[in-house]
Unconditional design. Structure first.
Length: 262
């Protein structure tokens, strides 16, 4: 990418009427969180059907919780990287910017909270919402009733009887993430597609773009006449439709693209 092309993308983002960013596991790779489908990724070491399906949880909730507890401890030990920080800066600057993420690690939220804390003036405004399509590792929900809550404490996985239980009805709690074979939250999905369809630019960052319906979000921008920017070291099914492509890590590229205007 020449300096002229980079400047072109930066201006296109600044001038766009509406920006959507779709992120995937690659945006957290530089924080030390493994992606799913890269060599050495999560699905190269574990079988999704053993750990990330409703059937796996009902067969063996202790093993599933053990794996989620391990992933929760991993993300709590990691910190947001310059890619998350650049996105957080954009969301705080622009009310017409929307973040849609497939990530369940909560690092975008932490970057937003840290960016707010660094602001020069005290600011009581609520932080912008992040559309988390696949849920969040640091939340739990009840397997029976509608209880949902933040939950950061370690999970006790010594036996089924030590697993976390619903404070309201006593049933088993589960991670508040979307498993294979489950529906995504319809309100989150609708809001994501609506934002994408009304944005002039969609940045697609660190996703293999093979998991649907998330991979359809950038297509909604294209169908409405907008442009795609792809940030990913490797090609994806969306690469051929991107107007601008950056084959480099998002922690390097996003601060350049999303730099505040001089
Ligand atoms: P994948 O593991 O499928 O893809 C990660 C992408 O990130 C790849 O295209 C990499 O080339 C790219 N990548 C790696 N390092 C990067 C970096 N430093 N900067 C930018 N890009 C980088 O992850 P997702 O696309 O997020 O679903 O996977 C989608 C869904 O599949 C996940 O949300 C998860 C998984 O099964 C559920 O758990 C429901």
């Amino acid at each position: 990418m020449t300096p002229e092309r980079l400047q072109e993308v930066r201006e296109a983002v600044q001038e766009a009427d509406g920006v959507v960013i779709l992120t995937g596991a690659g945006v957290s790779a530089e924080s030390g969180i493994p992606t799913f489908r890269d060599p050495g990724g999560v699905w190269a070491r574990y079988r999704p059907e053993d750990l990330a399906t409703p059937g796996a949880f009902s067969r063996d909730p202790r093993t599933v919780w053990e794996w989620y507890d391990f992933r929760r401890r991993t993300v709590l030990a990691c910190t947001p990287n310059p890619g998350h920080e650049a996105i957080a800066g954009l969301l705080l600057q622009r009310s017409d910017a929307t973040l849609v993420t497939q990530n369940v690690d909560g690092l975008h939220q932490r970057a937003l909270e840290e960016a707010r804390a660094r602001e020069a003036k005290p600011n009581d405004e609520p932080l912008p919402d992040i559309l988390e399509l696949h849920g969040n590792l640091l939340r739990v929900r009840c397997t029976v009733c509608r209880m949902r809550a933040d939950h950061r404490e370690p999970i006790r996985t010594e036996g089924v009887d030590t697993l976390p239980r619903c404070p309201d009805c006593g049933a088993l709690l589960r991670p508040d993430v979307v498993w294979f074979g489950e529906m995504l939250n319809s309100a989150t999905l609708e809001a994501s597609f609506a934002a994408a369809a009304s944005a002039q630019i969609c940045l697609v960052v660190g996703t293999s773009a093979v998991v649907h319906p998330a991979a359809g979000v950038p297509v909604a921008t294209l169908q409405a006449g907008g442009d795609l920017v792809e940030v990913n070291p490797t090609t994806t099914p969306l690469s051929g439709r991107a107007r601008w492509t950056f084959r480099a890590p998002s922690g390097q590229v996003l601060p350049e693209i999303l730099a505040a205007p001089d």
